[in-house]
Design a protein around this ligand. Structure first.
Ligand code: NAD
Ligand code: WQD
Length: 339
């Protein structure tokens, strides 16, 4: 299949591009490298033994995107491109709404013009907001989110529902990721956040490698087994496989549907730190801090729908995630800038 991947140089995108190349797809990446490095795709090509076509452009640039669709003739699209920092979205809501919605509108218009009707969209467990009981189910109720970033995902899901309603030719997968961590087992590609990481796993990895001094644990008084927050961490290679499974599913199914991509299990902050200590063989200093505003005590997925309908389930556990993250982080202490 010829698959166009927006944001294909990013963390989840690069692992998914690799999975597609490895199964024989032709891959066209569209990325402006606003939050990634072209080196990620060079590494992907090294692992796969073949390279994607790469177009450096902003997805919101309608004319440039049109030219890519005309030249490359994709059959399906996976849409990763977007901004994803929760705190930044609270500070700069207009930028988030305009970027995440603007890129999606431009993409949908180009797809419509070129007769491409198969789309896999990067949604997030953030759309479950803070009213639903764990485990989160896809049909658990009205979607909501507690920050502008999350609202862009709720809004885009809604827009895509309307698009699919209006034209039954569309085939759309809404993939609600839980907490993606880990790296490809080669240690050649992985997560490379700019500046100080916002998320726990890359922060812990950077403390382990000596780039940061200690992990701040945001609260140890939650109603959980050890008092720290629990999340459903999912290995990024399993997540990439989930995209392949969704694309396969869409070959034969019309309409729009949401699937959770998680493991169905919660891991606490202290358990994650312990897994990284074991993987790295190094002590990881930590300090208990007050809770971070907006955090929930526990989130994890109900994975039954993805298992039964996509035939997909996560294969890797937290030990694999920490080992693979550490392999990537220790071989590339400054991320892709280590080259
Ligand atoms: P990432 O920032 O590593 O990747 C996004 C990619 O999109 C980057 O390569 C960036 O350069 C590119 N990009 C951004 N704006 C663009 C534009 N206007 N035109 C072209 N390219 C552009 O992020 P990621 O972690 O790989 O996330 C991918 C998607 O998954 C995002 O939509 C994100 O919201 C979603 N998601 C991520 C997580 C997570 O925890 N990482 C969880 C749930 C959902
Ligand atoms: C995990 C746990 C923190 C950092 C975010 C987005 C969500 C999704 C994934 C895109 C929590 C604790 C964290 C630290 C800590 N992204 N923590 N010290 O908040 O579950 O989800 O990323 O869609 O929308 O909100 O992930 O990694 O930030 O936090 O103690 O330095 O680690 O309190 O319990 P989160 P996270």
């Amino acid at each position: 299949m010829r698959v166009l991947v927006t944001g294909g140089a990013g963390y989840i995108g690069s692992h998914t591009v690799l999975a597609l190349l490895e199964r024989g797809d032709d891959v066209i990446v569209v990325d402006n490298f606003a939050n990634s490095s072209p080196v990620s795709l060079e590494r992907v090509a090294r692992i796969a033994g073949r390279a994607p076509q790469v177009h450096r452009l902003d997805v919101a640039d309608a004319a440039a995107l049109d030219a890519v669709f005309a030249a490359e003739r994709p059959e399906a699209v996976i849409h990763f491109a977007g901004l994803k920092a929760v705190g930044e979205s609270v500070a700069e809501p207009l930028r988030y709404y305009s970027e995440n919605l603007g890129t999606t509108f431009a993409l949908l218009a180009a797809m419509q013009r070129h007769g491409v009707r198969t789309l896999v969209f990067s949604s997030s467990a953030t759309v479950y907001g803070d009213h639903q009981p764990v485990p989160y189910r896809e049909d658990g109720g009205l979607l909501d989110a507690s920050n502008p970033y999350g609202q862009t995902k709720v809004m885009i899901e809604r827009i895509l529902e309307d698009v699919a309603q209006a034209d039954p030719q569309w085939r759309i997968a809404l993939l609600r990721y839980f907490n993606p961590i880990g790296a490809h087992e080669s240690g050649l590609i992985g997560e490379d956040p700019r500046g100080i990481p916002n998320n726990l796993a890359p922060y812990v990895a950077q403390v382990a490698v000596g780039r940061l001094a200690e992990v701040g644990v945001f609260g140890d008084d939650y109603p959980t087994a050890d008092g720290t927050g629990e999340r459903d961490y999912i290995h990024v290679v399993d997540l990439a496989a989930g995209h392949v499974a969704a694309l396969e599913h869409l070959r034969t199914r019309d309409g729009i549907r949401a699937w959770n991509l998680g493991t169905g299990r919660g891991t606490s902050v202290l358990e994650l730190i312990a897994a990284f200590e074991k993987a790295s063989g190094r002590p990881i200093p930590r300090r208990i801090l007050p809770r971070r505003g907006g955090d929930l005590a526990q989130t994890w997925a109900d994975t039954a729908r993805a298992e039964s309908e996509l035939g997909w389930r996560a294969q890797r556990d937290i030990v694999d995630m920490a080992a693979d993250s550490w392999r990537w982080q220790s071989a590339n202490p400054q991320g892709y800038d280590s080259e």
